[in-house]
Design a protein around this ligand. Sequence first.
Ligand code: NDP
Ligand code: 8X3
Length: 248
Amino acid sequence: MIVFITGASSGFGAEMARTFVSHGHQVVISGRRKDRLDALAAELGNLALPLAMDVTDKASIDDALALLPQSWRQIDVLINNAGLALGTQPAHEAALADWETMIATNCTGLVTMTRAVLPSMVERGSGLIINLGSIAGAYPYPGGNVYGATKAFVDQFTLNLRADLVGTGVRATNIAPGLCGGTEFSNVRYKGDDAAASKVYEGTVPLSAQDIAATAFWIASLPPHININLIEMMPTCQGFGPMTIKRG
Ligand code: NDP
Ligand code: 8X3
């Protein structure tokens, strides 16, 4: 298989690259930080191809895809993993620029990549798109505002892809994880406040990037007649908050 992973310079994406390469698959590892991609490519050997690009910039995506060598062009699996949360402030205090960046990355970036890669999958009658949603797309929490909304978009876009792709042989899946540690997700969300970031996981056994990578690999290894629409997964220690009621 040829697997194209966005956001492979850290976290889930890097671990998914390790998993697919360890099973003998070719993996395009993409992201903005070229040094990270080069280091991962050096670790993984010639089954990994580093490709620097920014999913918020269509020209950057187009340029990167145009650079793919001929033997890497037939993408079997696109994993739209690049994404981020910024901030935990309530809606009336959050920075508009943070909201715009989340929408540009988690929504616009994901659909731009999908639109670029999908036609050749349909033409070949096979392919798989795995999108990284989140439980934040299904359940609201204070400070989740636009991050949760972008992940709800991912959920519904994946289902609508399914609606369009029935009969084409192309599959689409949304993996929607809950609390997951060992990635840079919270460091990014708390803008480099690493103490606040690590507090998120204190006293928990969160999901790991390996858990997500194993899930993505399992989905991609299923026979072509099976489409997993949605996998929602949480660590056992995570549950749901009560409804908020302001009294008095
Ligand atoms: P990380 O911060 O470790 O990884 C995010 C990746 O996205 C990085 O490789 C980063 O690379 C890339 N990225 C961010 N912005 C861009 C951009 N504009 N263009 C290209 N690449 C970009 O986080 P995780 O691995 O934890 O998260 C991966 C995905 O999983 C995200 O979509 C996240 O929302 C989702 N998720 C995470 C959960 C968690 O608890 N960790 C739970 C549920 C979902 P670079 O900076 O080099 O561009
Ligand atoms: C990441 C999970 O609960 O921090 O998508 O929003 S959560």
